[in-house]
Design a binder for this molecule. Structure first.
Ligand code: SAM
Ligand code: SF4
Ligand code: SF4
Length: 374
């Protein structure tokens, strides 16, 4: 087998220095804050740690994320108070949904304290936020009740197969399926509603798990979502020929379990929804590679060390942490975030095909997903 060379390129801290804007923020046309392509700011994903106890090859391959990998020191991380203060400004600018992610968010010590703080935030018209978290499920059985008690409303669990051998190979730390399934059960028992299960599909690796996963979660009340393997980061050795297009998945599943398309529940939704024709629930398909959904992308990302990223594929962030630590007022922070969003024109997935690509079809090198938050 040919040796795989994984370039290690540290894209962290390539942020642009931020100054307090001197021009006041203008919100035109009564539409609230929009970017240069008319997209509102609605979702905020916050990475609370760049560490993980799994080594999924598509995200944190073991060859790169080994003992010598320079994870961020504690002092570089935003504190819970800093995260909450920034989140509050984002909510003032239109954010209605916050997702905690990472790395593995349940590895962040006392994460439930942060959840309790975020659960207190209210929209300008007094509504609570849609507060959720994406986890690999390994610690969920232990933590589900505390998360729920702190104010978490729902949870998304990543699971790439039901066959133990395939799953252990995907997570690459020999973690068993049964413990993730126990985590999902615990989340349900704790009252975390609307549970979603994310499965990244890699051709030739876990494609034989598509139907077993569909059968398992059909009728369970949990929504399984298939994610196309994406060219995020610079280390996963992504190849276009390992991507299984969602359209093919719909056909494969429908041949045994007939599906019919559903309308999107909300604008900017990442997953295309399909219902089982027999009324036993639905599945989702996140087709970031074959069907770009940049047109209504309303997501901002806050990295573990407080860099604001406007796109999952952005090559640099905007340094909110320095601004925060320089003594900026809430009004300064709001103005800075608002101006950054107004200048946004990112639409990487739509442009992917036109960008200079490497031999595998991957575009320019970017920051890692574990740092920026998936
Ligand atoms: N550790 C948590 C987890 O795995 O759920 C949260 C962070 S993880 C980066 C968030 C999501 O990104 C997971 O559902 C994961 O499967 C997905 N992901 C990571 N790398 C990916 C890739 N190259 N292509 C598609 N999805 C990816
Ligand atoms: Fe960890 Fe999640 Fe990345 Fe897998 S996808 S390595 S669980 S952060
Ligand atoms: Fe949004 Fe960037 Fe993904 Fe397009 S490529 S949907 S702009 S995060």
């Amino acid at each position: 087998m040919a040796e795989r060379i994984i370039p290690l390129l540290d894209q962290r801290n390539t942020s642009r220095p931020l100054a307090v804007p001197t021009v006041p923020l203008r919100l035109d046309g009564g539409q609230g804050l929009t970017d240069r392509l008319g997209r509102p700011l609605h979702d905020l994903r916050i990475s609370v740690t760049d560490r993980c106890n799994f080594r999924c090859s598509y995200c944190m391959p073991k060859e790169v994320f080994d003992k010598a990998y320079p994870y961020l020191p504690q002092s570089a991380l935003l504190s819970f108070e800093e995260i909450t203060r920034l989140a509050k400004q984002f909510v003032g600018l239109g954010v209605r949904k916050i997702r905690l992610t990472g790395g593995e968010p349940l590895l962040r010590k006392n994460i439930e304290v942060l959840i309790a703080q975020l659960a207190q935030l209210r929209t300008p018209d007094g509504q609570p936020l849609d507060l959720t978290l994406t986890t690999n499920g390994s610690l969920l059985a232990r933590k589900a009740q505390a998360l729920k008690d702190a104010g978490l409303q729902r949870v998304t669990v990543s699971l790439d197969g039901l066959d133990d051998a395939v799953f252990r190979q995907m997570n690459d730390v020999d973690f068993p399926v049964a413990e993730v399934l126990a985590g999902i059960d615990a989340a349900q028992s704790a009252g975390l509603g609307n549970i979603k299960v994310n499965m990244v599909v890699k051709r030739g690796t876990n494609e034989d798990q598509i139907l077993p996963m569909a059968r398992h979660f059909k009728g369970s009340g949990h929504v399984l979502r298939f994610i196309e393997y994406m060219d995020v980061g610079a280390t996963n050795g992504w190849r276009m020929n390992e991507v299984l297009p969602s359209a093919e998945l719909v056909q494969r599943i429908s041949a045994e379990l007939p599906l019919q398309p559903l309308e999107a529940a909300a604008p900017g939704e990442t997953a295309e929804r399909w219902a089982y024709a027999d009324g036993t629930g639905e599945v989702g398909f996140i087709s970031s590679v074959t069907q770009a959904f940049c047109g209504d992308c309303n997501r901002a990302r806050l990295s573990t060390e407080g860099q604001l990223y406007l796109c999952l594929f952005a090559s640099h962030g905007h340094d909110l942490r320095s601004l925060l630590r320089s003594g900026a007022s809430d009004a300064d922070l709001t103005a800075a975030i608002g101006h950054i969003w107004q200048g946004r024109s990112d639409r990487y997935s739509q442009l992917r095909h036109a960008l200079p690509a490497d031999a595998n079809g991957a575009g320019p090198r970017r920051v890692e997903m574990s740092y920026i938050g998936g």
